[in-house]
Every structure is written in structure tokens, then in C-alpha cells.
Write a protein that binds this ligand. Structure first.
Ligand SMILES: CC(C)(COP(=O)(O)OP(=O)(O)OC[C@H]1O[C@@H](n2cnc3c(N)ncnc32)[C@H](O)[C@@H]1OP(=O)(O)O)[C@@H](O)C(=O)NCCC(=O)NCCS
Length: 175
């Protein structure tokens, strides 16, 4: 493994262009970067973290990003949080950058008192961070078609109790 030190910190205004570039490079298209740009301002405080890598020559590069947005749950429209997108520069993937972004992101959610975080994504990747299938808890995204990829993480014991029904993301996700 390469000798790099990874640090996770909140995104700052000077990071925005590089964050946009990393999201595009990670996904190989514009959609997710445009989604994050459109979502900005939807949540206060914004949870947007970056990963920086510092190599043996002490050169620091921004190599990863994770974003969170608010969702509404069930007919009561209770607020919760959705994780995603998470992006790692292709040259820095498989070095645990994404894992550190997810773990720190969930810690930040817990620190600000968020009980429940949802995730729509790779079924092999997210369970390691405490995500479990949402449907058995009575929570779902749009239709059964999404059940295999839709997860939630309880940030406090029993946090999902009191939440049930459809999880509705910000309208930008439908764009
Ligand atoms: C998915 C992603 C964030 C993972 O980041 P990463 O820093 O490469 O991942 P880590 O090094 O922390 O973890 C590596 C593990 O993730 C798994 N992994 C990586 N990409 C994966 C994918 N697309 N599907 C399933 N598992 C994946 C690897 O198999 C590896 O598993 P192992 O530890 O059991 O060997 C990164 O590959 C990425 O940016 N991909 C493109 C964008 C994307 O798909 N984002 C997620 C959807 S929102």
C-alpha cells in the first residue's frame, strides 16, 4: 500500500471546485456533481466532508468527498438524513478513503443528534458501517425495486422506532 496519510475534515469554500471535479471523476459523469451543487443550502448545518491525502513529500491533495442531505419519512414527515453521494478519486480508491469518509460522516451525524441515516447504494459496501436493510424496519424508498440497495443506520439504539413508511429524498434526486 502507498504511504499516504488521510485526513477527514469539513469542506471549506476553497474546496468547491476540486470537490466537483472529484465527484465527476469518481462517477465518470456529471450527474452526481450537479446533484451536490443543486443540493447545497438544503441543510443547516451542511454536512459535507472532504478527505485529504498527504504523501511522503508532504504534498496534500483533496481526494474524496461525502455529502449528506435531509429526507422526510412517512406520513408524519419526520426528518432524517441521507448519506450520499460519496466519491473517491479513482487514483486513490481501495485505500480506505471511502471508509473513513463514511465513518466520520456518521460520527458527525450522531454528534449533531441525528438518529437515523439512510443510504441507497452498493449492498456489499455499506453494511460494514452499520447499515441494515431498511424494508424489514418498515422503511422504504419509492418501490420494492429499490429494497436490495436501500439501507438505514441507527445512530442510537432503537432509533428507527417511531419512523415508518416511505423515505422521500430532496426533489433534486429525481432530476
Ligand atoms: C465506492 C467508493 C466510495 C469506495 O471508496 P474506496 O475508498 O475505494 O473504498 P475503501 O477503500 O474504503 O473500501 C474498499 C472496499 O470497498 C469495496 N468497493 C469499492 N467500490 C465498490 C463498489 N462499487 N461496489 C461494491 N464494493 C465496492 C471494495 O470491494 C473493498 O471491499 P473489501 O474491503 O471487502 O476488499 C469509491 O470506489 C467510489 O468513489 N466509487 C465511485 C462512486 C460511487 O460508486 N460511489 C458510491 C455510491 S454513492
Amino acid at each position: 500500500m502507498r504511504e499516504i496519510a488521510i485526513e477527514i475534515r469539513p469542506e471549506t469554500s476553497g474546496d468547491t471546485d476540486r470537490v466537483h471535479e472529484i465527484i465527476e471523476r469518481a462517477f465518470g459523469r456529471h450527474d452526481e456533481a450537479l446533484l451536490v451543487a443543486a443540493l447545497r443550502g438544503r441543510m443547516e448545518p451542511e454536512i459535507s466532508l472532504v478527505a485529504t491525502a498527504t504523501d511522503a513529500r508532504r504534498t496534500e491533495r483533496l481526494v474524496g468527498h461525502i455529502y449528506f442531505s435531509p429526507v422526510r419519512v412517512g406520513t408524519a414527515l419526520r426528518r432524517a438524513i441521507a448519506l450520499g453521494p460519496v466519491s473517491v478519486d479513482p487514483g486513490f480508491q481501495r485505500l480506505a478513503v471511502g471508509s473513513q469518509l463514511c465513518r466520520r460522516g456518521l460520527e458527525v451525524c450522531a454528534e449533531i443528534g441525528e438518529p437515523l441515516v439512510f443510504m441507497l447504494g452498493h449492498p456489499e459496501y455499506y453494511p460494514r458501517f452499520g447499515f441494515v436493510a431498511a424494508r424489514p424496519l418498515g422503511l422504504f424508498y419509492k418501490s420494492e425495486q429499490f429494497d436490495p440497495a436501500f439501507f438505514c443506520a441507527e445512530l442510537a439504539p432503537g432509533a428507527a422506532r417511531g419512523f415508518s413508511g416511505e423515505v422521500v429524498y430532496q426533489p433534486e434526486f429525481d432530476g
